[in-house]
Design a protein around this ligand. Structure first.
Ligand code: AMP
Length: 357
């Protein structure tokens, strides 16, 4: 174990918490730079485990397994922000963690995240805390409709969300989310959605990819397109906001910030302290993709160029049965297919993506 700020040498081992597609693509990128990966994931036969040197299948609160994981890696990173904070805190005493606990804790809870963003002087959608149905009724009166009720924790891909159009929707929304602590967010009448994918290195330097324009359907990302249809000034402002957030988190690695664009105003929707679906286009659109960039930051290598080498790039997610079209997609010479090796196709499940340049 090298608990120093030195660059990790090829042959070192990177621990990845989480075994989904993001962990899988991180493990492939790490292998390309000569590193081995050990994946830690509660579910057996996970997508990342099948491309990593080793996979530890154990629960998030299994301290014996977490200690064994820490013992066999030189640095730990995570593929998603829902790793329980106590597990990361436990590992932090035994290993170098990049990014650190702060990035995880401030993005696990929508309320904490929004307060953090506003504390930096950046704009979010209006929101109100809802711990009871009465709170929700009050929030509807204060914020107005339409609005979206979102669970504070563990939501992704539109899960844990309910859109309210009229006050009488409140009881149904509250029941649909199971009465868990939530926030009501005012609906932002956005012109478009964009995101910034940025990497921050141990020395505080950062590199951002081109601003990406995203289209969601049913709360799930459908396409990411570069270049985004925004002015240079707005693009620069988005990158500056993402850099400010990364700096405030003392974040090391890739970080994504999703924005709503309203005229020439930027409203921050969400921060993801990790590689992000809206950065997948970099795999075929840039010389060094977000996965390599994250690994470089985590092993304390300098960041690579984020230069795009195609005039335009479109990434389309393959969701559920979309993946059945793999043979037709593979026939198209300018369309690059990326599949996650998931055993079962389910509605709404991200199975892969294609990148057209
Ligand atoms: P989220 O999981 O919170 O990022 O939400 C997924 C998608 O739902 C977003 O990318 C938007 O397309 C839409 N959405 C979420 N919150 C809002 C909001 N407050 N106003 C408008 N659209 C939203």
């Amino acid at each position: 174990m090298t608990a120093t700020l030195d660059r990790l040498a090829p042959g070192s081992t990177i621990g990845i918490l989480g075994g989904g597609q993001l962990g899988r693509m991180l493990a492939v990128a790490a292998a390309e730079l000569g590193f081995d990966c050990v994946v830690y994931e509660p579910e057996a036969d996970c997508p990342a485990g099948r491309v990593a040197a080793r996979c530890i299948t154990a629960a998030w609160d299994d301290q014996e397994a977490l200690a064994a994981f820490a013992d066999c890696v030189d640095v730990v990173t995570f593929e998603f922000e829902n790793v329980p904070a106590p597990s990361l805190a436990f590992l932090e005493k035994r290993a170098i963690i990049r990014p650190g606990l702060k990035s995880l804790q401030l993005t696990q809870d929508r309320l904490v995240e929004k307060q953090f963003i506003q504390g930096l002087g950046l704009e979010t959608a209006p929101f109100a805390v809802c711990n009871t149905l009465e709170d929700l009724d009050g929030a509807v009166a204060a914020i107005g409709l339409p609005a979206i009720l979102k669970t504070r924790t563990l939501g992704y891909d539109g899960k844990g969300q309910f859109r309210l159009s009229q006050p009488s929707d409140a009881a149904e929304a509250w029941a649909a989310l199971g009465g868990t602590p939530a926030i009501l967010e005012g609906f932002v009448p956005f012109d478009r959605e964009v995101s910034v994918i940025l990497a921050r290195a141990v020395d505080g330097s950062f590199a951002a990819y081109d601003v990406t324009e995203n289209v969601h359907q049913g709360g799930i990302l459908r396409t990411s397109t570069v270049p985004a249809q925004v002015s240079d000034a707005l693009g620069d402002q988005a990158v500056a906001a993402a850099a400010q957030i990364a700096e405030a988190l003392d974040h090391i690695g890739v970080l994504a910030v999703e924005f709503f664009v309203v005229g020439e105003r930027l409203v921050i929707n969400e921060i993801a302290p990790r590689v992000h679906n809206s950065g997948h286009w970099t795999q075929d659109g840039c010389a060094a993709d977000q996965f390599q960039q994250h690994i470089r930051a985590v092993v304390h290598w300098p960041l690579a160029s984020t230069k795009r080498h195609a005039p335009s790039v479109v990434m389309t997610n393959l969701i559920g049965k979309d993946v059945d079209a793999w043979a037709d997609l593979a026939d198209q010479a300018d369309t690059f297919v990326h599949l996650y090796g998931k055993r079962a196709v389910r509605d709404g499940r991200k199975m892969g993506h294609v990148i057209k340049i």
